[in-house]
Structure formats: C-alpha cells, structure tokens
Design a protein around this ligand. Sequence first.
Ligand SMILES: Nc1ncnc2c1ncn2[C@@H]1O[C@H](COP(=O)(O)OP(=O)(O)OP(=O)(O)O)[C@@H](O)[C@H]1O
Length: 354
Amino acid sequence: MSEQLLELKNIKKGFGETDVLNGITLSIEKGEFITFLGASGCGKTTTLRIIAGLEAPDSGTVFLDGKDVTAVPPNQRDVNTVFQNYALFPHLNVEGNVGYGLKIKRVPKAEIKKKVAEILELVQLTGYEKRMPSELSGGQKQRVAIARALVNSPKLLLLDEPLGALDLKLRRTMQLELKRLQKKLGITFLYITHDQEEAINMSDRIVVMKDGRFEQIGTPDEIYNHPKTSYVADFVGNANVISGVVQKVADTEAQVLIENQMMYAEPIDGICEGMQVNLAVRRENLKVCTECKEGLDAVLEDKSFTAGQLHLTLKLKSGKTLVSCRYGMDADLKAGDKVCVGWKPEHAVFVDLE
Ligand SMILES: Nc1ncnc2c1ncn2[C@@H]1O[C@H](COP(=O)(O)OP(=O)(O)OP(=O)(O)O)[C@@H](O)[C@H]1O
C-alpha cells in the first residue's frame, strides 16, 4: 500500500500586498516523482521554499512523514534541494562537495568515502573525485549538485528547474538520468519546471499551477488527454479552445453548435442542452480539408514549418484564430485558401465546467 510522505494543508502566503499562494492543499506519496508545472511567477518556487523550510507560510500546515514540520528549521527537515545554479562550493573538489553534508554530520571518514564513491557511480562521475567545479561542464556540475543532495538519502528531494541552464540535448539526457536515479533510489522527487515536455516525460503526477492555485493534479495522461480547464489544455497540450452551445447530448456524442455549424464532442457528466461550453482540441487533432463541407469554414492565414511539423494558422468567420499542425510539408495549401476545419468527437474535450 502506498504511504503518504508530504502533505500541504491550505497553505497561504503573500509578500506585502500580493497574495502568492491562495490556500494550496496536496498530498504526495512515498517514492513518487511529482512535478509542479506552471508559468513564471505562479508560485512554484515559493511552495518549494515553504516545503524546505526556507520560507514560512502565513497560514496552513506542512506535514512530513506524518509530523507537523511547519515551524521546523530547514536543516532539521529530511529534505534536500537542488537549484538551477548548482551552488557548488568553488574551493572544494567533487569529493569534497559531495561529502560536505556528511562531514558536517561528523560521519566517519571511511564511511564518507564509501558513500561518496557509491553516489558518484550512480551519477556516472567515477574518476572525477579530484576535479574542481571550475574544471567541470554544466552537466557535470549539475550531477555533482544532485549527488551532493542525494548522498545522505533524504526522504524528499526538491529540484527547482535543475536542468534549466543546460542545452536542449543535455537536458534530454539528464531527464532520463534523473528519472533512472529516482526509480533506483526510491526517493520522492518534487520537481519544478515550466517545460511541459519535461513534466510529461518524467513525472508520475503533474501539478499544474496558475496564480498561486493548483489548476489540475493528475498523471501525464490525465493532464494531457483530459485537461479540466482551458488553461491546462493550452499550457500543456497547446490546444485550441473553442466556444459553443450544447444542442443535444447522446450516449456516444454531444452536439455543439459552433459558428452556426453542428460539431461533435465526446460527452461527459455535467453538460446539458443549452449550456455554453468550451471545447479543447489539440493542434494535431484539428483536421483541415479543402473539399469536405462538414466542419467550420475558415481561411488559411499562415503556414510555417517548425520542428518537423507544418503549422497552419486558420481564421474562422468570427475572427477567432485556430492552429492545426501535422507532420511533413503540405505544398497544396497556400495563404488565403478557403478550408474546412473539423475533428473527431473523441478529440474534443469539454473544459472549464466547474
Ligand atoms: N521574497 C519575495 N518578496 C516579494 N515577492 C516575492 C518574493 N518571492 C517571490 N515573490 C513573488 O511571488 C511570486 C511567485 O514567485 P515564485 O518564485 O514562487 O514563482 P515561480 O512560479 O517559481 O516563478 P519562476 O518560474 O519564474 O521561478 C512572484 O510574483 C514573485 O515576484
């Protein structure tokens, strides 16, 4: 059975007049890889600092392993943090950096040496013991920072955009390495990022944050395929959000009138005839066709080719803009062409219902 490691209960925090966290509640299980995903300034770091004990909440409680730690100082919490800027000690070599926390705790020298060697092997830095931080690449420095945070086996590791300073290729490699390390050690990871791909690739669960609130909490599949709000649909799935009015709800599909055209979506609880609704359709599920007549009339405004995908910007009669993307080039379409836009019912998700 899964056990709870961390619980946040109705945490509120403001700086001066500004409310930064508006009463957040969450529980995290032992061994979970959980990611806070959100735009800059939404309160991710503040939440993490409260968990680490570096910041006190205005109200609310932090429980770690069943104990109220809200007023416990950082060094007495079984929590370590890895920051984006590594924060290595420049005057200590790799061995010295990684073993520092154990030395402070007066762990015997031989044991420090053994533990440091073990953790360096895990982060694939065996042989780098005597190097100084200035002699390491960005990725190697970050691995030292991670090793240093893991060497005393904390119950919880907090990681604040730890790969943010690395180039894309190294980021991808380090994502896989971190995930492997986390599974191997079984330590609970709380990870912060504003990169949705990173969140989807690494996490057991994702917490999407917006304006100091948790917008949605779920597995990558739930967040990506079943977003609950237009914000999540757009931020995580780059989805189009289209408004309409429900005309009919049947077992297998719901009919929604959009710009005088009947469109279809997968029905869910809570919708009824006459209701004004928002539908989210991801770009890759938005089909564009020049011949068919069943769909929304649109004009192709712009065509661009990025990252192996063709992006089509389409303008509906109402002036609303939608984006469709697909693999490969498509030379047949050109700006100004009249097209028809549609989707399969199962690709249109009702959002913003609560
Ligand atoms: N010590 C502080 N004093 C005043 N305002 C603060 C302080 N720390 C954070 N803030 C404000 O609180 C808000 C949330 O900041 P926070 O660092 O938690 O966001 P974030 O989601 O981690 O953003 P980013 O992704 O840019 O790091 C921001 O508007 C920030 O300016």
